[in-house]
Design a protein around this ligand. Structure first.
Ligand SMILES: *Cc1c(COP(=O)(O)O)cnc(C)c1O
Length: 370
């Protein structure tokens, strides 16, 4: 059984992928060009935002977004502490300071009630994260940011394709970033990412920043970087968009099936949906008291699992002693001890899924219904 079966996805859609990639090879246009432009138009329309800017990874999307927003060394940016380090890492890389707050207990996204307490004179903005495939509580986050005059970035690396109260992931904040890392809901065959914004000034700046700050023909207006999306990845993504809605439907069906099964198992609690959200299940994640015991038991029985994430970001060695946490972090710390992600992908078969559920139920029975 695979945690995520990308080989099967390729086998099933091989003709579409091979044709799209061969077109790029024959065209001789490997950087930018028509595939990248088409993808940007299609994904901006899909998310319902004005502009999309293709970049080389989700991490680059965060980096050039921070540069476009004018973040400087010493500035403070509020982030959730329960996320992938990519969210906070680029803040640190440019010399700004990620200030971390706790997450709410339902979907494990940034707790809007903890925001106000983390905002100080040096705060310039905040990055919220859509965890495991569902959106954060953006209305509350955006309202507070507006009141305080802060910018908002949506880290939608795990939620591309998800919806919240009728808006698509990628459409929140002043700008939103996503990742096309192969294991994300919309993954390419290498690294890739995108920034979405309705703000034409930010869009123009982002386009320059991803290409050495160049306004065109060696007019370098900003210090930027090379963060370009390549045409082969754009071609793969355009091919994937042809069946992405069907893949989301399958993920949701499989997620529902897990949820129904776990309702009858004492000792495991799937991460729940926040009001107003659907999810694209970037991960299917449960919480359980003896998480490490369960992971080991499943591993011995051929069920692959993963932990997203075993260490809250404010506890990572690189941030040790820096005093970046603000307030109580108990939800984030509890989640890092209890979460376990199970096999989840659009091609997971019912028999394999039943085997996952049965193994978990057997473990929970042996633990005496923890
Ligand atoms: C994957 C991920 C990133 C980084 O994306 P890359 O494309 O791997 O650079 C950033 N934030 C979150 C929440 C992620 O899950």
């Amino acid at each position: 059984m695979e945690f995520l079966d990308l080989k099967k996805q390729y086998r099933l859609h091989q003709a579409a992928f091979d044709t799209a990639v061969a077109e790029v090879m024959a065209s001789g246009r490997f950087i930018f060009g028509p595939k990248v432009e088409q993808l940007e138009l299609d994904l901006a329309a899909y998310c319902g935002v004005g502009q999309a800017i293709g970049v080389a990874s989700g991490t680059d999307a965060i980096l050039i977004s921070l540069l476009a927003l004018g973040v400087k060394p010493g500035d403070e940016v509020v982030c959730p502490s329960f996320t992938f380090i990519g969210t906070t890492e680029m803040v640190s890389l440019i010399g700004a300071v990620p200030i971390m707050i706790d997450v709410e207990p339902v979907g494990l996204t940034m707790d809007p009630d903890k925001l106000a307490g983390a905002i100080g004179p040096k705060t310039v903005g905040l990055i919220g994260v859509d965890l495991y495939g569902q959106c954060a509580q953006w209305e509350a986050i955006e309202a507070l940011a507006k009141e305080k005059g802060l910018w908002v970035m949506e880290d939608a690396a795990q939620s591309f394709g998800a919806e919240r109260n009728g808006r698509m992931a990628g459409a929140f904040g002043d700008l939103a970033v996503t990742s096309f890392f192969p294991s994300k809901p919309l993954g390419c065959y290498g690294d890739g990412g995108m920034v979405f914004t309705d703000n034409p000034d930010l869009a123009a700046k982002l386009k320059a920043l991803r290409n050495h700050g160049d306004l065109g023909r060696y007019q370098h207006q900003y210090i930027g970087t090379n963060a370009r999306l390549d045409a082969i990845q754009a071609a793969v993504l355009l091919a994937k968009m042809g069946f992405f809605p069907e893949e989301i439907r399958r993920r949701q069906e499989i997620g529902q099936r897990y949820g129904d099964a776990f309702a009858a198992v004492d000792g495991v609690e799937p991460v729940q949906l926040l009001d107003g959200n659907d999810t694209v299940y970037a991960q299917y994640t449960i919480r359980t008291r003896n998480r490490d015991g369960l992971a080991e038991y499943l591993g011995e029985r051929g069920v692959p699992t993963a932990i997203h994430y075993p260490v809250p970001v404010h506890c990572q060695p690189v941030y040790e002693g820096l005093d970046l946490a603000r307030g109580d972090m108990s939800q984030s710390e509890a989640a890092s001890r209890e979460v376990l992600s199970l096999p989840m992908h659009p091609y997971l078969e019912a028999g394999d899924q039943d085997a996952v559920v049965e193994a978990i139920a057997a473990f929970c029975r042996s633990e005496g219904a923890v």
